[in-house]
Design a protein around this ligand. Structure first.
Ligand code: F6R
Length: 612
């Protein structure tokens, strides 16, 4: 939510800032702005409401702003409506302190009242302006360094923030401060970068520092210095990012989402190979020993959105294979529910970004209770990856489209690998089943590729659904987990109301919503539940529904019931989500395309939800 960037070096800052913001637009896109220190040392601020392109036009792609040091922001509104006035950067009245911010300041009202008493006035409705003016207040009150002023403000501010601040009296320097919001600092030859996420700076450098919570970074030309809350210097090692720059480009695809759908075979295969050694699963990089695995009494999976849907699927798979009781929960509920956790339990937090505020808070809640934690995370060095006891990295590469596809698919793989290995170590499956499951896992990338190749048929069907008012997805067991994700994909990018229902539950109320022509998509990959779901589809048809069936090759009798059928290759029942979700991703994509919507940046959403 909100993307921030910063640059100081020898090049024209505004051009680099806009380029970086274009890679972060997925984090927020209701307004944007930059502040650049021109060659006379004056800080110039330019902002625009709307997409980044409006700001680009206003600044002639950054060319209109001279200067080699600056900060930028793309906004997802929290406090105050999207407007030019509320857009960042924000500044003190004399422009001596200018800042951009990602996060939420919870005690903003209390701080605002204090600053008003001290004679400050406010021009925007944002909490960020309060942070900037608080820093300005301490800077002028104690006449200390920028680090002192920021430290004083950090002690007073409650909430989350990634802040990038410029001080008029410190040319060529940017100060960064962080608490619970993502930010990385990059270093190149004679220059430094700052960004909410890696893709924004990947074109320029792969050497990054992860700034810790409650730390400050001072960026100069080619050098970053870190400080703790006492103002003491802290030593840090730079890390080299493995992602390549092309991974954050569209590579000829019309949308990132379509590119990322096509990247799934590779992402799945890379993730799988990361834990396969000589045909066996090896979790030593994840840090789980056989002893650890044997001791697990129960598993709690905690996540948000699509990652939660992975958890729902994983619950079926882990319980069925490893016979460990699993409870899957939304992180936003888990964190406030005061959960009773078994001390020998394992909490698994699934998150692409590794920064989702609720998932991070749930992780901390579990750690506070002394429960072992495991993060399944895509972004290296993200907060969840750093704070979890163990990490299983998914190798999806950068995911830019707001609607997740390839990260979701790799999270499933991580869960399957855990389930199979837990089952083997705990003696729930024999060697033959173990090898059989792994061999089947290895076929998934090719099978996913084949489904994607067949996308034109889905495009044809999807284009006819653009006018749909409601869509219902139904399924049982693991198929229910598939419907949850199919429905979310559809609603978030096509804006068509959709619901996922456990097929057996439909009759308990929801069936009254079925009208003539309502599209009902039945997912039927579980052979033992096939006939039951067909019956539920027939019940919908009798009430006027138009039926689509999504099943495996061989289940041709579905054609007697459904008006349109999509087949996916057969696989082990435990892995069917990995295949059946692909047509549903494609369908959501094509419906959105047919409606002329912004597929990659659906309204009101942001990729990384770093606020509650
Ligand atoms: C939907 C989607 C979201 C995320 C959710 C969690 O397409 O992408 O529902 O899955 O916001 O995000 P992460 O995985 O970053 O914690």
């Amino acid at each position: 939510m909100c993307g921030i960037v910063g640059y100081t070096g020898e090049r024209q800052a505004a051009v680099i800032l806009l380029e970086g913001l274009s890679k972060l637009e997925y984090r927020g896109y209701d307004s944007a702005g930059v502040a650049v220190r021109d060659n006379d040392g004056k800080i110039e601020v330019v902002k625009a409401k709307g997409r980044l392109s409006v700001l680009e036009e206003k600044t002639n792609g950054g060319q209109a702003l001279s200067g080699t040091c600056g900060i930028g922001h793309t906004r997802w509104a929290t406090h105050g409506e999207p407007s030019e006035g509320n857009a960042h950067p924000h500044h003190s009245d004399d422009l001596s302190v200018v800042a951009v911010h990602n996060g939420i300041i919870e005690n903003y009202q209390e701080l605002k009242d204090k600053l008003i008493r001290k004679g400050y006035q406010f021009y925007s409705e944002t909490d960020t302006e309060i942070a900037v003016k608080l820093i300005d207040y301490y800077y002028k009150k104690y006449l200390g360094t920028p680090v002192d002023a920021i430290n004083h403000a950090m002690v007073r501010i409650r909430g989350s923030y990634a802040l990038a601040v410029m001080f008029e009296e410190y040319p060529g320097e940017i100060y960064a401060a962080r608490k619970d919001s993502p930010m990385i600092l990059g270093v190149g030859e004679g220059e430094c970068y700052l960004a909410s996420d890696v893709p924004a700076i990947l074109k320029y450098t792969r050497n990054v520092y992860y700034i810790g919570n409650m730390e400050i970074g001072r960026l100069g030309k080619g050098q970053v210095t870190f400080y703790n809350l006492d103002g003491d210097q802290v030593e840090k090692e730079a890390t080299e990012i493995q992602w390549d720059a092309e991974a954050a480009e569209k590579a000829g695809y019309e949308h990132f989402m379509m590119k990322e759908i096509h990247e799934q075979p590779k992402a799945v295969s890379d993730t799988l190979r990361s834990v396969l050694r000589d045909g066996r699963i090896d979790l030593s990089d994840v840090g789980l020993t056989e002893e650890d695995i044997k001791e697990i009494s129960r598993i709690y999976i905690v996540a948000c959105g699509s990652a939660y849907h992975v958890g729902v699927a994983a619950q079926y798979v882990i319980e069925d294979l490893a016979k460990i009781p699993v409870r899957v929960e939304l992180a936003s509920e888990f964190r406030y529910r005061r959960p009773l956790l078994d001390p020998s339990g394992l909490v698994i937090v699934i998150s692409q970004s590794g920064e989702t505020a609720d998932s991070l808070a749930a992780l901390r809640e579990a750690k506070e209770k002394g429960i072992k934690t495991l993060g399944i995370v895509n972004v290296v060095g993200s907060s969840i990856a750093r704070e979890a006891d163990n990490v299983f990295y998914t190798l999806a590469g950068p995911e830019i489209a707001v609607a997740t596809t390839k990260a979701y698919s790799t999270q499933l793989i991580a869960c399957y690998a855990l389930a199979i290995q837990f089952a083997k170590v705990r003696g729930e499956i024999d060697d033959e089943d173990y090898t059989g499951l792994i061999t089947e896992l290895e076929t998934l990338p090719d099978k996913i590729g084949k489904i994607i190749e067949d996308k034109e048929r889905i495009q044809w069907f999807a284009s006819k659904q653009a006018a749909a008012k409601d869509i219902f997805f139904i399924g049982r067991g693991i198929d229910y987990a598939i419907t949850l994700e199919g429905s979310l994909k559809m609603k978030e990018i096509s804006y068509i109301h959709s619901e996922a229902y456990a097929a057996g539950e439909l009759k308990h109320g929801t069936i009254s919503l079925i009208e003539d022509g309502t599209l009902v998509i039945g997912v039927l990959t579980q052979q033992d539940l096939y006939e039951k779901t067909v019956s539920n589809m027939v019940e919908c048809k009798s009430r006027g529904a138009y039926l689509m069936g999504l099943t495996t090759y061989g289940n041709y009798s579905i054609e007697d019931t459904a008006d349109f059928v999509v087949y996916v290759p057969k696989t082990d029942v435990h892995f069917s989500v990995s295949l059946a979700v692909i047509p549903l991703q494609l369908m959501a994509y094509y419906v959105s395309l047919a409606k002329g919507l912004d597929v990659d940046k659906p309204r009101n959403l942001a990729k990384s939800v770093t606020v509650e």
